[in-house]
Design a protein around this ligand. Structure first.
Ligand code: G3I
Length: 319
């Protein structure tokens, strides 16, 4: 049948996945690549553009792994979504010391300008700042916040814009899909940044959710308020985790959740792309992080499409 990719292309949206580490050396590499190029038109490297991978020593960058993802994408007419320029996880050991504000600003500026400059014109979307807000709805207390203060956020966007004026620059976070203290804080923050003229083009809703789904009306209204700020909207890391040894009922319920979220996204013209955090359950971060959960993606561990795959397809076909 028709692929998700070709259906999405007819609708003028992007559909994508997080691309696993060293996918070119895994035993089932050919199968993995075949499915990726067939089903998707955008990818995000899952880890290999993060600081610890791309900037392993103060004066040394390692672009070689990230390049493999970019090459694969461009060979197959996919967009690359870069992830991520400022985050508090997966930082290299050398960053782990006391810095003055001025020193750390310089480190961050060099990093952003070097990485964005390196991929200029090839990486079209950047997660400039990732997860800067706490779950309670305040600034997250990271190395960046504690050493620099909140202005690291606007500086990061300004530097990214300077390094590639054409790239789409987004703020990305989890648990901001519906209206809650965290998304309220994020909304206020981005609104103020936009008012100040900070170059922020879009927002990424990660969408790591579970079998309980989300409040769909709240999701719809939340998308609308962010779109009304003039932002492009992205679903960046979707997965729907379910208990291990899933029953048919769980898989059907999961399919309904995926379908419902796609329907709501397609109602809002500001939504540009919907990306999953992987595609086969064989390579998913979920079992390693959530005890008792698995099966979060749209293909099973043998690369067979799950009910969620067919449900998404029906939504795209009906549009
Ligand atoms: O590379 C080392 C390897 O050398 C070592 O032997 C092995 C032993 O644990 O660990 C390997 O590093 C792992 C790394 O992934 C690379 O595979 C880390 O332990 C592991 O913690 C890390 O997990 C990643 C996680 O981010 C870290 O925070 C996941 O793959 C990745 O899917 C996940 O992605 C994040 C997004 O970036 C941001 N949003 C949430 C999302 C899910 O947590």
């Amino acid at each position: 049948g028709e692929s998700l990719r070709s259906l999405a292309e007819k609708l003028g949206i992007y559909i994508g996945y997080a691309s696993i580490n060293h996918f070119w050396t895994i035993p089932d590499s050919n199968r993995y690549m075949e499915m990726a190029r067939r089903e998707f038109n955008i990818l995000t490297p899952e880890n290999q553009m993060k600081w610890d991978s791309i900037h392993p020593e103060p004066d040394r960058y390692n672009f070689s792994y990230a390049e493999r993802h970019v090459e694969f994408a461009l060979e197959n007419n996919m967009l690359v979504h870069g992830h991520t320029l400022v985050w508090h996880n997966q930082l290299p050991f050398w960053l782990n010391r006391q810095w003055t504000k001025e020193e750390l600003l310089k480190v961050l500026e060099d990093h952003i300008k070097t990485v964005v400059g390196h991929f200029r014109g090839r990486v079209k979307i950047w997660d400039v700042v990732n997860e800067a807000v706490s779950d309670m709805g305040s600034y997250r207390e990271t190395i960046w916040y504690k050493t620099i203060g909140p202005e690291y956020i606007e500086k990061a966007f300004v530097w990214a814009r300077q390094a590639d004026p054409e790239a789409i620059l987004i703020y990305n976070d989890y648990n901001i899909e519906t209206i809650n203290p965290k998304s309220n804080f994020t909304y206020q923050l981005i609104k103020e940044l936009k008012e100040k003229g900070v170059p922020i083009d879009g927002i990424g809703f990660q969408m790591h959710i579970d079998i309980n789904g989300i409040d769909y009306d709240s999701f719809r209204n939340n998308l609308k308020r962010f779109a009304d700020l003039g932002l492009k909207l992205y679903i960046t890391e979707m997965d729907v985790r379910i208990p291990k040894s899933a029953t048919q009922k769980d898989l059907d319920r999961q399919a309904e959740i995926y379908a419902k979220i796609f329907e709501i996204c397609l109602e809002n013209p500001a939504v540009q792309a919907i990306q999953f955090w992987g595609f086969t359950d064989k390579y998913s971060w979920v079992p390693g992080f959530f005890a008792g959960y698995d099966h979060a993606l749209i293909f099973d561990k043998d690369y067979n499409p799950k009910p969620a795959y067919f449900a998404i397809k029906r939504v795209l076909e009906a549009k």
